[in-house]
Every structure is written in structure tokens, then in C-alpha cells.
Write a protein of this length. Structure first.
Length: 302
């Protein structure tokens, strides 16, 4: 044994192509991989083998696919229709804007009815339209208007009881006339002018208010007394008819209540006209009103 023998653990190199079985095969290796080569005794399918193809589906050359597509003509027609509608809307918008500009230049204010809330018949929005330093005055003036409604309503009740007790139907019809004419008249003649005067600071509106509110105060004072000189007999629930009807306890009480309501209405109305007049003089509206009156007189003369 030589001193320098080869490594006993070294693997012997084997040429796989030296095996006759490999040379006779189809060209594929019959040895397994790894550190040691082993022959593959199993059968290998030839490389030329193929899978059987699937049978083709039947194809109908005459079949059509229904896809709902608008033609170019329909699209153009719809486009023209949309453009016409858009032009019409722009025209209406411009017309509405023109009307609003004309109304704004003329000073006309569109008032939406919002009071009372359950059945709106008038426009009333003190909190948003009246200056904050005048709101208290306007609220008290509105209270006097509601007070007038209450006084005339209670007057109908009192006169109705007197009619039932034999005073005749004439006083009842007069009480109805007072209510029908007094409530709308009070709103149109003095409350609405004061509301607009407070909102727009118009001297002419203030003058209109003063004239008719003085008539309102005079009527309330007259109704509280109710002398039988202008209005017939007991058609107003004042102090004199109440004293005359003391023999009918219920009727007399109703008339005394009416007298008290007219007195309270008179006192509140006097306070309102005093406050409005102080504001009117203090803001210089009196001088402005005189100037406007003089201008109107000159224009009328010319």
C-alpha cells in the first residue's frame, strides 16, 4: 500500500451515458438526481403524446346580439332639446332678476304673510325687520292693536247679553259693525304705517300714524265713557251703560269689564304715541316732514 493512497471516501465518478439503456432510450435520462445516480425503471411517455382537444361549441353565423344603442341622430335630437330647455331656463332667470331689480329700484317691499302662524293674514316680523332700539316701542304698539281686537270682541259679548235681556237687536248690529270696521281699520290706518315707519324711517309714514292713532285714542276714551250722544244707547260697553244696567247683575258686570278694557287700551295708546313722538322729534323727522310737505306743496303749485 502506497503512503499516498487516494481518499477512500471519495465517490467514484460514473458516466451515465456509458449505460447502454440510456443510449437506447428516447433521449431522456433514466437516472435520478442527487449525489448518487439511480436508474429509472419506470416507463416514460413519449414526448410526442398530446391531450385530446375539446369538441368545439356550435356556432350560429346568423345569430345577432341586441345592444340598445341610440343612434347619432337621436343623440343630436336630445342634445338640442336639452340646449333649448337650458336657454329657456336662462331666459326665465333673467326675466325674474329684471323684475326683482325693478321692484328694488321702485322701493316696493314684497311682504310675505306670516302672522298668525296657524292662519297667516298679515306680514309681521318685528325681531328681524325693526331696529333693536325700537322693538320695545313696536311691541307695545302691537299690544294696543291686539287690545283693540280684545275690546271690540268683549264689547260684542257684553252687548249680546244686553240684547238677551231685552235691549233690542240694534245695539248688537252696531257692536258687530264696530268690530268689522275697527279691527281692519286699525291695522291699515295706524298700525301698518307705524310698522313701515319704524322699518324704513319714513317721515311721511310717521305723520300718517299720528293722525289716525289720535282718532284711535279718541275712540277708546269715548267707548270707555259711552255717552248716548253719537252711538246709540248701550252699543258700547262703557261706564255709563254699566251704571244704567246695574239692575241686571250679569249684564252690568260684563259692561264694567268692557269699561276696564277700554281704559287700559286708552292708557297704553297714550304711552305709545308719547314715545313715538319723542323718537320722532329727537331723530329730526319733524324737520324732515316739514321739508317734505313744503316740497310737495311747491310741486303741486308748479
Amino acid at each position: 500500500m502506497s503512503r499516498y493512497d487516494s481518499n477512500p471516501f471519495e465517490e467514484e465518478e460514473v458516466n451515465p451515458f456509458s449505460d447502454p439503456a440510456v443510449r437506447k432510450g428516447s433521449g431522456q435520462s433514466s437516472y435520478g438526481g442527487g449525489a448518487f445516480y439511480t436508474t429509472n425503471t419506470g416507463s416514460v411517455p413519449p414526448a410526442t403524446s398530446r391531450l385530446s382537444p375539446l369538441s368545439p361549441e356550435p356556432y350560429d353565423r346568423g345569430a345577432t346580439i341586441d345592444i340598445p344603442l341610440d343612434s347619432a341622430k337621436d343623440l343630436k335630437a336630445k342634445e338640442k332639446e336639452l340646449q333649448a330647455k337650458e336657454a329657456e331656463l336662462k331666459k326665465r332667470e333673467q326675466e325674474l332678476k329684471r323684475k326683482e331689480d325693478v321692484i328694488a329700484r321702485s322701493g316696493i317691499v314684497i311682504e310675505e304673510k306670516n302672522w298668525p302662524p296657524y292662519f297667516p293674514i298679515i306680514h309681521h316680523d318685528i325681531a328681524n325687520e325693526i331696529p333693536i332700539h325700537l322693538q320695545k316701542m313696536q311691541y307695545v304698539a302691537f299690544t294696543t292693536f291686539l287690545g283693540l281686537v280684545l275690546c271690540l270682541s268683549w264689547n260684542i259679548v257684553a252687548v249680546t247679553t244686553a240684547w238677551i235681556k231685552g235691549e233690542g237687536p240694534t245695539i248688537w248690529f252696531l257692536a258687530i259693525i264696530y268690530f268689522i270696521s275697527g279691527v281692519p281699520g286699525g291695522y291699515v290706518l295706524w298700525y301698518r304705517p307705524l310698522y313701515r315707519a319704524m322699518r324704513t324711517d319714513s317721515a311721511l309714514k310717521f305723520g300718517w300714524f299720528f293722525m289716525f292713532y289720535l282718532l284711535h285714542i279718541g275712540f277708546c276714551i269715548f267707548a270707555a265713557v259711552a255717552p248716548p250722544i253719537i252711538f246709540k244707547g248701550k252699543s258700547l260697553a262703557g261706564i255709563l251703560p254699566a251704571i244704567d244696567l246695574l239692575g241686571h247683575a250679569l249684564v252690568g258686570i260684563f259692561y264694567f269689564i268692557g269699561f276696564g278694557l277700554f281704559c287700559i287700551e286708552s292708557l297704553l295708546s297714550v304711552w305709545v304715541i308719547q314715545q313715538v313722538y319723542m323718537y320722532f322729534r329727537g331723530s329730526g323727522k319733524a324737520v324732515e316732514m316739514k321739508r317734505e310737505a313744503a316740497t310737495r306743496t311747491m310741486m303741486a303749485a308748479l
